[in-house]
Design a protein around this ligand. Structure first.
Ligand SMILES: [Zn+2]
Length: 376
């Protein structure tokens, strides 16, 4: 069994992305420096995908439609995960450094340039200062918000890896009193067919739609952490509890690729995120093997939290049917998953060796591999 699989199966493993480094309160890179500004996107949100031939060249609604037609549980390419926060600000707003240092400049592919000073990178800038310029915290203007962006993206790094600017002390005065919203639960076969929650059989992927609400500005964002546990009809724990993620750091690539359904993304300020709850499960393959569980009624309890600790818990009743029908099919040499999918008309998922990025929100620094310098 490989290391990733073992990690996905482990109940006691630390939450994906867990980690610590000395926290200190950070100033905002906009005036006023010590009062909160609206956050319109959080660290760890799903963005585009890289390497999905079925959607190559598509944009906007056509892209969304193409991705929705794919098997939502598949891993058709590399998932791009937002590794900073987006702070709302009108185009042209002055962006300041929050630490002293020396400016490095990069980017510039239609979404503005970035300036990096020490462990912080400020993205979507116009009229930037020059490369190598000495910078003083809250004195030096690094640039202005690039036309059409309406926000500045702030990334923070620790030992070269992106970390969540809102965790570990966070930004001064940042609060979020609105709890996350946990929406509908859905169940899918491994081939992406929808299944009834009241009639689960065989391997299933369980997915939940969820987002957080920022109390300042009311904008929708991704969640900070999520856990789940399953109870049987006598209220005994049947599965879990599992810590699915905690967005202090970016999940490792195999987990990041499994954590969201294929079409999960955001459209400007509106998140459309479906988290795959069974990214961790007893079988460690992103699925719940209901054929190995006692048939009957269960309760799936999903708990989601934002970075300030506001939590929402929601219970979903589900029913697991008898596995006997399935075993008989296996004995007869039939594939039960195939039987669920016999009229399947999914397009072929086709990997491509291009690095074309599909979807996303115009944050050009997004990168599926955090260890690569996040340039364009
Ligand atoms: Zn961003």
């Amino acid at each position: 069994m490989n290391r990733v699989r073992r990690m996905l199966m482990s109940r006691s493993s630390p939450p994906v992305g867990a980690g610590r480094f000395p926290g200190r309160r950070l100033h905002w890179p906009l005036r006023p420096f010590d009062s909160p500004h609206p956050v319109r996107a959080t660290f760890g949100e799903p963005r585009g995908l890289v390497g999905v031939r079925a959607a190559a060249g598509l944009r906007g609604a056509a892209l969304v439609h193409a991705l929705e037609r794919l098997n939502q549980l598949s891993v058709p390419g590399k998932r791009i995960i937002h590794h900073g926060i987006d702070i709302k600000a009108p185009d042209g707003t002055k962006v300041y450094a929050i630490t002293n240092g020396v400016a490095r400049i990069g980017g510039g592919t239609g979404y503005g340039r970035w300036v990096q000073v020490g462990d912080f990178r400020y993205v979507h800038l116009d009229d930037t200062i020059r490369e190598g310029a000495r910078v003083r915290a809250m004195r030096t203007v690094l640039g202005t918000v690039y036309e059409g962006q309406g926000h500045v993206h702030l990334s923070r790094y620790h030992e070269g890896q992106p970390v969540n600017p809102l965790a570990f002390g966070g930004l001064i005065g940042y609060e979020d009193h609105s709890p996350p919203v946990i929406g509908a639960l859905s169940a899918m076969s491994p081939r992406g067919r929808r299944m009834e929650l009241g009639a689960l059989r065989g391997p299933v992927g369980l997915c939940v739609r969820a987002h957080d609400v920022q109390s300042q500005g009311g904008l929708g964002t991704g969640l900070y952490s999520m856990t789940y546990v399953m109870f049987d009809d006598a209220d005994r724990v049947a599965v879990g509890p599992y810590h699915l993620f905690r967005m202090d750091r970016i999940p490792i690539t195999p987990v990041g690729n499994l954590l969201y359904t294929v079409s999960s993304t955001r459209h400007r300020t509106q998140p459309d995120i479906v988290y795959r709850v069974t990214v961790k499960s007893p079988s460690g393959d992103g699925l719940l093997r209901t054929g190995q569980m006692r048939p009957g009624d269960y309760r799936l309890r999903v708990s989601g939290a934002d970075v300030r600790g506001r939590k929402t818990v929601r219970d979903f009743p589900i029913r697991i049917l008898s596995p006997f029908a399935e075993q008989e099919m296996l004995a007869a040499g039939l594939d039960p998953a195939q039987a669920h999918d016999d009229d399947d008309d999914q397009p072929l998922i086709d990997l491509e060796d291009t690095d074309e990025q599909l979807g996303g929100c115009g944050c050009p620094e997004l990168d599926p591999a955090p260890d690569r310098p996040p340039d364009d």
